[in-house]
Write a protein that binds this ligand. Structure first.
Ligand code: NAP
Length: 486
């Protein structure tokens, strides 16, 4: 596609890692290949960084820390806003890179660049509001103060499904707080992170403040957890890996925040605006081909309106355009790889075998790439895999409910607690259900609640800590209490 010819931020023939402000290869001299999920073709090779590169990056971040943390919040904000401007200037190029490495529909990828940039804007300003406190003393010759200080070197381990936004959601607050960092991007999407690093360089951000090391996952992660220089790790990814990292963090009691998997209920009551609910479910379910932690995974519809809703929803799903993610008219791209496609297929087969009805789609798209048809299933029951696990694909399971308490109970019947959606026009009901469901983010008649200024994160096995909002920057700060005797 022509869009690839326009890429100048990275050289696809010669990809390098970004450590201490320099572009470097891996000392092992080995590489890993990247495939375009829309075609299955090899896109490029990326140096396989390992323990040595992780160590160099951590040491570079450590050297950069004193000077970066001593800048005023206003000086750091200037850098962040410059970086934000560069991201927006290069939004189409960043979107193309993201789209061909992990398959996000191009138009949606442009939207992700702007969402990712919004974390830089917001935290550039929030860094100026890291107020301390004075506390009345219990003796007349004492004065008590509380100050906030950056934790030091932080590591960010990010997933492939939002390659830029999940990185800036961590780096924005970390940099604003005065921390320096090492990023380990997902192996499926290192190019977005490396293109971002080019913008870091163009913004004149001092060497070592941001370092990007892709490659041998376990080696890099082991160095991050075993190196005492790293004071905090922020992880976004699966619950399974999150659990392992909790164990690894114990040895050094490393500060850890975890943004993990989800299994969002999407509840539509009998008085809901069904058109609005169908639009919301469509956006929530099929965005990023169903590969989001907050996507509608279990769609509960009141039994009196399920037939009407199903028809409105199905007619919208039928219109979705599936295809090569770089095509600007495409709304649903491929899933990320063969493994992802197999999981989607397994969930649909299991559901159909246990009695679900296919209202639309229901099979993979033959040909190159990893495409699955946008799919709507009805008559879905709780014993089906699709109601137990993240499908991470473009499949919408619909199931009927009759009673408020029943649907609250079903919504909460999961180990996950990230996002939930409620559609009703009854204010009292919406408040009752929003308070009763055990999830960290609630969309009330709103399928897209995520914004930079609000705290985002999960309960239960969806993790701990929050990103975004004033809560997000606390993750990168130590609170210091100073008692002054006069
Ligand atoms: P993943 O397999 O857990 O990988 C996430 C990151 O962790 C990648 O950089 C990965 O590197 C790395 N990793 C994998 N195994 C590791 C290990 N043993 N030790 C240290 N690092 C390891 O998740 P994913 O498939 O990329 O992302 C999808 C998952 O992320 C879904 O469960 C989704 O719900 C969740 N997610 C959550 C949020 C949120 O805000 N809560 C947002 C987005 C996604 P490699 O790529 O090299 O394996």
């Amino acid at each position: 596609m022509n869009k690839l010819k326009e890429i100048s931020l990275i050289d696809l023939e010669d990809i390098k890692l970004f450590i201490n402000g320099k572009w470097v290869t891996a000392s092992s001299n080995s590489h890993f290949t990247l495939n375009n999920p829309s075609t299955g073709e090899v896109v490029t090779e990326v140096p396989r960084g390992g323990r040595e590169e992780a160590k160099q990056a951590i040491e570079a971040a450590n050297e950069a820390f004193p000077a970066w943390s001593k800048l005023t919040a206003y000086e750091r904000a200037d850098y962040l806003l410059k970086l934000r401007d560069l991201m927006l200037e290069h939004d189409k190029e960043l979107a193309s890179i993201m789209s061909f490495e992990m398959g996000k529909a191009y138009t949606e990828a442009v939207g992700e660049v702007s969402y990712a940039a919004s974390f830089l804007t917001w935290y550039a300003e929030e860094g100026k509001r890291l107020y301390g406190e004075t506390i009345p003393g219990s003796a007349s010759n004492k004065r008590l103060f509380v100050v906030k200080q950056p934790v030091g070197v932080v590591a960010a381990i990010t997933p492939w499904n939002f390659p830029l936004a999940m990185m800036t959601r961590k780096l924005g607050p970390a940099m604003a707080a005065g921390c320096t960092s090492v990023v380990k991007p997902a192996s499926q999407s290192p190019l977005s992170a490396l293109a971002f690093a080019k913008l870091v360089e163009m913004a004149g951000i001092p060497a070592g403040v941001v370092n990007i090391v892709a490659g041998a996952t376990r080696e890099i992660s082991d160095e991050i957890f075993e190196n005492p220089i790293v004071k905090k790790v922020s992880f976004t990814g699966s619950t399974e890996v999150g659990r392992k990292l909790v164990e690894q963090s114990a040895a050094q009691l490393k500060k850890l925040s975890l943004e993990l998997g989800g299994h969002a209920p999407f509840i539509i009551f009998e008085d809901a605006d069904l058109e609005l609910a169908a639009e919301g479910a469509l956006a929530s379910k099929f965005r990023n081909a169903g590969q989001t932690c907050v996507c509608a995974n279990r769609i509960y519809v009141h039994e009196t309106v399920i037939d009407e809703f199903s028809e409105i929803f199905r007619s919208k799903v039928k219109e979705l355009k599936v295809g090569n993610s770089l095509d600007e008219s495409v709304q649903v791209g491929p899933v990320v790889n063969e493994e992802g496609l197999n999981k989607v297929e397994q969930h649909v087969e299991d559901a159909v075998q246990k009695g679900a009805k296919v209202l639309h789609g229901g099979s993979r798209v033959e040909g190159d790439g990893f495409f699955y048809q946008p799919t709507v299933l009805s008559n879905v029951t709780d014993d089906m895999l699709i109601m137990e696990e993240e499908t991470f694909g473009p499949v919408a399971p619909l199931t009927a409910f009759s009673d408020v308490d029943e649907v609250i109970c079903k919504a909460n019947d999961t180990e996950y607690g990230l996002a939930a959606y409620i559609y009703t026009q009854d204010i009292s009901l919406s408040v009752k259900v929003a308070e009763a469901v055990d999830f960290g983010v609630i969309g009330l008649n709103d399928a897209m609640p995520g914004v930079a200024q609000a705290p985002f994160g999960g309960n239960k096995h969806s993790g701990y800590g929050r990103e975004g909002g004033k809560e997000g920057i606390k993750e990168y700060l130590n609170v210091k209490y100073i008692s002054l005797g006069l």
